[in-house]
Design a protein around this ligand. Structure first.
Ligand SMILES: Cc1cc2nc3c(=O)[nH]c(=O)nc-3n(C[C@H](O)[C@H](O)[C@H](O)COP(=O)(O)OP(=O)(O)OC[C@H]3O[C@@H](n4cnc5c(N)ncnc54)[C@H](O)[C@@H]3O)c2cc1C
Length: 420
């Protein structure tokens, strides 16, 4: 069996950043395995701009952003296999994959970085009544059809879900000549970034119906329309508020699910809220030497954060390989108070924090005029005003090694949202 020091599963932005960082940290024996026909992951279909403002201080399209990282991989001559599906990973890090040239093959990895991204929640998860007519797509599938395959899914469109992909597809379909009748959102707030609401809906006069959902899909062979109703505080449709919208296409943008079948099968402990692995301060899963980053770990809003997080995972994987197996000590669980739904990492061993540690989280509802605070035991080490926080936008605090140095007997780490 081939031996490789670090195997990266998935060649999207997370996988590419992890590979480059591991290489720069001194491990040259790396293999990226990617099931698609090219590197770059989902960014290849995101042809709109707005990527890379933080990483490159430039506004790039998704493919341009991905290309920058592909070039870095190529400059370092990091090997990768395309059209190669990883089928299985064992807890002792044997990776089984297959492609047309090599058939089924196995690689014994010294460390693994899981970067398989996420997939979209489908109509099946919503239990919407109606037949299964043509014209019902996930927004990401429509994005790929329009931007990569050159197919237009329909002419009159309703979009359910106001996450970023739904918002971006509302604009994209409009620019391609379709009439987007509305975007319906079951929650009283949008799940997308504010800038996307302005640039993708308001600039094109596309109505956003908050607290509304699709309660019926009409049509047998092809979608002919949908019924949209208002929902109450318990998200239940309010009888008498139904309105029919004729359309030939329904795009669903109703959430992303981290792609963790491989992680679960290998026995990685999962975090219930994110649907991704539970990781410690090194982004290491419950299996020593197996790291995770990007959308497979938790769904990100901006790819810049994916790249930052994955670079950290890559460096940590390199340190693992260079330093050999280090016994995992149970870390301090990160306590959440006043609004955060989850944190990544979810445990921290203070003794292992050598560099600035970014703790990322999302809040569960829209919050205005609050402070984000970080407590080490009783001491408040971070207290930052946030005029608005929303579930669609990721928040972060940066824990510095010098903060931890003042707390040698640390017992509690808490991320709190506090009233102004
Ligand atoms: C449909 C869609 C549209 C999006 N649009 C935007 C946007 O407009 N703007 C934005 O900032 N963010 C967008 N995002 C979020 C975007 O996914 C992230 O910013 C970023 O691409 C995540 O990087 P990643 O590497 O974690 O995942 P991905 O980009 O999804 O990459 C994961 C890679 O892993 C590969 N893979 C998965 N399983 C296997 C396996 N078993 N074997 C081998 N390879 C495997 C996949 O083929 C893929 O290439 C979108 C996400 C989706 C799903």
């Amino acid at each position: 069996m081939k031996q490789t020091e670090i195997v990266i599963v998935g060649g999207g932005p997370a996988g590419l950043a992890a590979a480059c960082a591991a290489y720069d940290a001194g491990v040259k024996d790396i293999l990226i395995l990617e099931r698609d026909r090219e590197l770059g992951g989902i960014l290849n279909q995101c042809i709109h701009n707005g990527f890379g403002l933080q990483t490159f201080q430039e506004e790039l399209t998704g493919p341009e952003y991905a290309h920058r990282f592909m070039e870095m991989v190529q400059q370092r001559e990091i090997p990768y296999l395309l059209n190669t599906m990883v089928l299985d990973i064992t807890s002792d890090k044997v990776v089984t994959a297959m492609n047309r040239e090599d058939g089924v093959f196995q690689v014994q990895a010294g460390a693994i970085v899981l970067t398989m991204g996420c997939r979209e929640r489908s109509r099946g998860a919503l239990n919407t009544p109606g037949y299964r007519p043509a014209g019902d797509y996930s927004a990401g599938t429509a994005q790929r059809l329009v931007n990569m395959e050159g197919w237009m899914p329909g002419k009159e469109v309703v979009i359910l879900g106001s996450g970023d992909i739904g918002l971006i597809m509302a604009r994209r379909m409009t620019l391609e000549g379709a009439k987007v009748r509305c975007v319906a959102e079951i929650m009283p707030y949008s799940g997308g970034l504010k800038r996307n609401i302005v640039q993708c809906l308001e600039d094109f006069d596309i109505p956003l119906l908050l607290s509304h959902t699709v309660v019926d899909i009409h049509g047998k062979e092809r979608v002919t329309g949908v019924t949209i109703a208002q929902v109450d505080g318990n998200l239940k449709p309010i009888p008498g508020t139904e309105v029919d919208y004729p359309c030939d296409t329904l795009l669903l943008s109703v959430g992303l699910l981290p792609e963790n079948e491989l992680s679960r099968a290998m026995g990685v402990e999962m975090a219930p809220v994110t649907g991704g692995p539970a990781v410690n301060e090194r982004l290491e899963t419950s299996i020593p030497g197996v790291f995770a980053a990007g959308n497979v770990l938790h769904v990100h809003d901006l790819v810049d954060y994916v790249s930052q997080e994955a670079s950290e995972a890559g460096r940590n994987a390199a340190e693992f390989v260079n330093g050999g197996a280090q016994a995992q000590k149970p870390g301090i669980p990160v306590t959440l108070q006043g609004g955060p739904r989850y944190s990544v990492p979810c445990t921290i061993d203070p003794g292992k924090v050598q560099r600035d540690l970014v703790i990322r989280f999302r809040v569960g509802s829209v919050m205005k005029n609050r402070f984000v605070s970080l407590y080490l035991d009783e001491e408040r080490v971070i207290h930052r005003k946030r005029p608005v926080m929303a579930p669609g936008e990721m928040e972060q605090v940066v824990l510095k090694p010098e903060m931890l140095a003042k707390h040698p007997e640390l017992k509690q780490i808490a991320v709190c949202i506090e009233e102004a």
